[in-house]
Design a protein around this ligand. Structure first.
Ligand SMILES: *[C@@H]1O[C@H](CO)[C@@H](O)[C@H](O)[C@H]1NC(C)=O
Length: 244
């Protein structure tokens, strides 16, 4: 359960400056009414991927490798978690697998495969996971392997200063993974035996752990997707980014 989520991210500030730009040179706009929109958008997105991951100041797109946040505080299952300066590493081992749009429902989505993506940073944790008490603070590394993230949203139109821009509503993120590696350094005030046992237990039972405590991870990733896309959408008028 995600009871509280606080993301103090530098990207939030980006949403304010609104002035229109042409589409970025590395993204070829596709027509929403083209029956082959999905194919066109996948090709365009694949070609632009390297630049998007690198970030682009002109469009206020942050670097995605590493992607840096200042602070995340959340309740995950029965734990309280604080993350200081969390970073996501590994976006270069990423492949855009699918882009889709349904003109009837105006629902758009994209799937991205991460071969290996790590969340690292300093953590502070207290509470319970899968009935076991867990407590400590130190360095954290959670790495997912062959993870497919599918991000989906209603593509809407929003008026800003008399210009129509694309926006996102009712967004959703699904995550499918092969394997997860979890390492929390310095659990229980550095009690190595206890810490090693919990880490071993979490790695062996990662599916259950994710079921119980994964919601905030999804929320954080979802808000990153939302921020990156809405930042880009707010820079380029709707009809230039998505041809009629
Ligand atoms: C996190 O752990 C993975 C798996 O052991 C490792 O490949 C990666 O280098 C680690 N990342 C950092 C920043 O330590």
């Amino acid at each position: 359960m995600c009871k509280m989520l606080l993301i103090c991210s530098s990207i939030v500030g980006y949403l304010y400056a609104v002035y229109a730009l042409p589409p970025p040179s590395y993204l070829t706009p596709c027509s929403l009414s083209d029956p082959k929109f999905n194919e066109c958008a996948l090709k365009s997105g694949k070609a632009g991927m390297t630049m998007i991951i690198q970030g682009d100041k002109k469009y206020n797109l942050p670097s995605l490798n590493p992607f840096k946040l200042d602070y995340v505080e959340t309740e995950a299952g029965f734990m309280k978690i604080k993350l200081y300066k969390p970073e996501l590493h590994g976006a270069t081992k990423t492949e855009l697998k699918e882009v889709y749009y349904d003109p009837k429902t105006k629902r758009m989505g994209l799937s991205v495969l991460f071969n290996e993506e790590s969340l690292v940073g300093n953590y502070d944790i207290s509470g319970k996971i899968l009935i076991l008490p867990i407590e400590g603070n130190g360095d954290l590394n959670i790495t997912v392997y062959n993870a497919i993230f599918t991000y989906e949203f209603d593509l809407i139109k929003e008026m800003k200063n008399g210009v129509e821009y694309a926006g996102l509503k009712n967004d959703k993120l699904d995550m499918n993974l092969d394997k997860i590696y979890i390492n929390l350094d310095n659990l229980f005030n550095g009690d190595k035996l206890l810490g090693d046992n919990i880490n071993k237990f979490l790695n062996e039972n990662w599916k259950d752990a994710l079921n119980e405590a994964g919601a905030p991870i999804i929320e954080v990733l979802k808000s990153i997707c939302f921020n990156v896309l809405s930042t880009l959408f707010l820079k380029v008028p709707f009809n230039e980014l998505f041809l009629p």
